[in-house]
Design a protein around this ligand. Structure first.
Ligand code: SAH
Ligand code: SF4
Length: 369
């Protein structure tokens, strides 16, 4: 059954559900197929995005997240401009190629201006060399455009779950937490010209395998360029913690994440897929295992050490007490063990994005008499 599904060109929701449920030899066959496609499409190169967790100040109250507005147990911080620039310099000096600026969600002029200024400064101190991905939540079209013009060219906005009803169970019911609006933002990002990424959490309370199959089809339908999906990790100071006994065990959540990435690589062969940090909470070499199977992006944390503990989206975050250098060295060795190689000094843009740009350009050429 699994073998015949793996030979199909178009997978249905039922097919994907079967793949996500696969065990034993079937599971191995799935992972093997995905690794084969990865090798063929993106090779053994791994691209780095230095992750700067810019601020844990957030206006939202997502029920799963440790830095939600109403969690008063966390010290709020915003990194100074100088520290952001220092981190960018570190990424540039060490040939990371790109960085990600991520933060809680603030929709204000001051925040929009601040990010815009930082983007310009990062471009300046890196001689326009560093690629920049933003992950600063939902914003207006105008703000997305300003940030794009200031130098950001990739944007990561996870849909969290493609099931609207499930989304509503995981968020307060108000205008700030609106699934349709989040989807609209994803389309706006694409329209603006960003390489657009989305993703989901795996193993959320109330989530079914069918939901996860739907998530993968959602990504395919949106025709995303990149994906960052990872296991849901419960956090003590969040409302969802009350369901901790109903969750699937961490090891299973890890395995399901691995299968999600395998199926995603099979149905979207040339996109960029990140091995997310949350994987490491469950398995110390979790990201490396995921790289073997299908991911090709790693986001080493380059947030100044003093702030890392406070950016606690989930608990037991790895590497919060290590310096930037430590992370770089251990990463290199571990990626090598996974049979892959870090491709330094390269933006590592999504091949999918590049191909669709080329197709659009050649389509345009055909229209010109
Ligand atoms: N505020 C922005 C970006 C920062 S949050 C946004 O929400 O888009 C980045 C991601 O962290 C979220 O998209 C969510 O998928 C993930 N996250 C939050 N809480 C989590 C948890 N408890 N376990 C795993 N991932 C979590
Ligand atoms: Fe804020 Fe993002 Fe956390 Fe939601 S997931 S509370 S938007 S930081």
């Amino acid at each position: 059954m699994v073998k015949s599904i793996l030979n199909k060109t178009n997978l249905s929701k039922e097919d994907i559900t079967i793949l996500l449920n696969s065990e034993g030899d079937n599971r191995i066959e799935l992972l093997r197929k995905s690794a084969e496609i990865k090798e063929k499409q993106v090779g053994n190169k791994v691209y780095l995005r230095g992750l700067i967790e810019y601020s844990n100040v957030c206006a939202k109250n997502c029920y799963y997240c440790g830095i939600r507005k109403d969690n008063k147990n966390v010290t709020k911080y915003t990194i100074s401009d100088r520290e952001v620039i220092d981190a960018a310099r570190f990424a540039y000096r060490n040939n990371y190629g790109s960085l990600v600026l991520q933060s809680g969600e603030i929709q204000s002029n001051a925040f929009a201006d601040k990010i815009e200024t930082l983007l310009k400064q990062i471009k300046k101190v890196s001689d326009n060399q560093l690629g920049i991905t933003l992950s600063c939540g939902e914003q207006t079209e105008e703000v997305y455009q300003r940030w794009f013009d200031a130098g950001a060219h990739r944007y990561l906005l996870r849909i969290e779950t493609s099931n609207k009803e499930l989304y509503e169970r995981l968020h307060p019911k108000d205008t700030l937490h609106n699934w349709d609006k989040r989807v609209e933002c994803l389309y706006t990002l694409k329209k603006t010209g960003y390489q657009t990424g989305t993703g989901v959490m795996v193993g959320l309370p109330f989530q079914t395998i069918e939901d996860l199959a739907g998530d993968l089809l959602f990504m395919q339908q949106l025709d995303i360029d990149m994906c960052g999906l990872g296991p849901y990790i419960e956090h003590k100071h969040t409302p969802l913690y009350q369901y901790k006994n109903e969750l699937i065990p961490l090891k299973k959540r890890f395995d399901l994440t691995m299968k999600m990435i395998a199926v995603l690589r099979i149905i979207m062969e040339d996109i960029n897929i990140a091995a997310t940090t949350a994987l490491q909470v469950i398995d110390k070499i979790g990201r490396e295992k995921i790289i073997k199977v299908g991911a090709n992006i790693i986001m080493p944390n380059i947030t100044p050490g003093e702030f890392r503990d406070s950016y606690s989206l989930y608990q037991n975050k790895p590497c919060t007490d290590e310096s930037m250098e430590d992370c770089k060295n251990c990463l290199e060795a571990r990626i090598k063990i996974a049979g892959c190689k870090i491709e330094y000094g390269n933006w590592g843009d999504s091949l999918h994005y590049r191909k669709s740009q080329e197709a659009r350009a050649s389509g345009n050429r055909l229209l010109v008499p």
